[in-house]
Design a protein around this ligand. Structure first.
Ligand SMILES: CC/C=C\C/C=C\C/C=C\C/C=C\C/C=C\C/C=C\C=C\C(=O)SCCNC(=O)CCNC(=O)[C@H](O)C(C)(C)COP(=O)(O)OP(=O)(O)OC[C@H]1O[C@@H](n2cnc3c(N)ncnc32)[C@H](O)[C@@H]1OP(=O)(O)O
Ligand SMILES: NC(=O)C1=CN([C@@H]2O[C@H](COP(=O)(O)OP(=O)(O)OC[C@H]3O[C@@H](n4cnc5c(N)ncnc54)[C@H](OP(=O)(O)O)[C@@H]3O)[C@@H](O)[C@H]2O)C=CC1
Length: 240
């Protein structure tokens, strides 16, 4: 990716994206456009995309990372709880991709990276909501890669494993699991960090991946191949 690229970040909270933009400026010197949008509400995405296009003149890359998650057995999920996670993760990814396609990518090409998870690969306990949502996104990635490839649009997913210093790690009990050396069973013997996930995304959006579309890059140190699927331990560790 060339230097001097511009970034827009959107979430439901303008304060949170302003804080993220400030961090990015300190780390890279780049200005970042903070935007308020709820991926469940297409009108707010349309407004965010229009503002980005009016400020930047074009959009090259879309990263779909919005997600909601918590630990819960299927029996403890209300209908609305399951729907809420699918609305944010799956509908959100579709809504944002469709708006970008219609407003810019259809005529100019582009690259999309969808952030997923390995949860469905082995039917992770306490995660039917998030696992189902992310599995649907990986299917969507393939469908859209086929339909939009002729428009010079590449679409891939990136599935991280447990990543330190993140909200997901905190919510899913990663802090206590880490302290209990639970992650020693990962082939690479440790959890990942944000930079390692960013490097995976950077590869997928870069010309180095110019012939890569419709696939999922798993960046998890081999975690899903060896992770224990133990709901009791997960619930205890998340409450410790
Ligand atoms: C990271 C792993 C680390 C350690 C794990 C350790 C060991 C595990 C071993 C193996 C694990 C295997 C793989 C791990 C690898 C990767 C992890 C993978 C995925 C991570 C995915 C993520 O998405 S992390 C992102 C986390 N970030 C967020 O969640 C931020 C956004 N969240 C929110 O906005 C809210 O939390 C929300 C999702 C609830 C949505 O908010 P809102 O729209 O305001 O909705 P509400 O009105 O509050 O709620 C809607 C309904 O949902 C019900 N609900 C809410 N919370 C719970 C809960 N805790 N349990 C059950 N139900 C819940 C709520 O009651 C509402 O339903 P009603 O019927 O009452 O209306
Ligand atoms: N952390 C981990 O170990 C792992 C994370 N992942 C995935 O990585 C991504 C980042 O997760 P992580 O950094 O842990 O969690 P975060 O909670 O920090 O990131 C999720 C983001 O989604 C935004 N969001 C939630 N709901 C909406 C909505 N309706 N509209 C717009 N934005 C929304 C949140 O912002 P706001 O609340 O301000 O709207 C938040 O910034 C997610 O896709 C997650 O599933 C996958 C595997 C492991």
């Amino acid at each position: 990716m060339r230097h001097g690229c511009q970034t827009a970040i959107a979430s439901r909270s303008l304060e949170r994206v302003q804080a993220a933009a400030e961090k990015l400026k300190i780390a890279t010197g780049q200005h970042c456009l903070p935007l308020k949008a709820d991926v469940r509400q297409p009108q707010t995405i349309i407004a965010a995309v229009e503002e980005t296009l009016s400020k930047f003149g074009k959009i090259d890359i879309l990263i779909n990372s919005a997600a909601g998650n918590f630990l819960s057995p299927a029996s403890g999920l209300s209908f609305n709880a399951f729907r809420t996670v699918l609305d944010i993760d799956t509908m959100g990814t579709f809504n944002t991709s469709k708006v970008l396609y219609q407003k810019w990518f259809k005529d100019h090409g582009g690259v999309i990276v969808n952030i997923t998870a390995t949860l469905s690969y082995r039917g992770q306990a306490l995660q039917v909501h998030s696992g189902s949502a992310k599995a649907a996104i990986e299917a969507m990635t393939k469908h859209l890669a086929v339909e939009w490839g002729p428009d010079d649009i590449r679409i891939n997913s990136l599935a991280p494993g447990p990543v330190s210093g993140t909200e997901g790690f905190r919510k899913l009990g990663g802090l206590t699991a880490d302290a209990a050396e639970h992650f020693k069973m990962i082939p690479l013997q440790r959890v990942g960090n944000k930079t390692e996930i960013a490097h995976g995304v950077l590869y997928l959006v870069s010309p180095a991946a110019s012939y890569v579309t419709g696939t999922t890059l798993v960046a998890d140190g081999g975690h899903w191949l060896t992770a224990a699927n133990n709901p009791a331990a997960m619930l205890i560790s998340s409450k410790m």
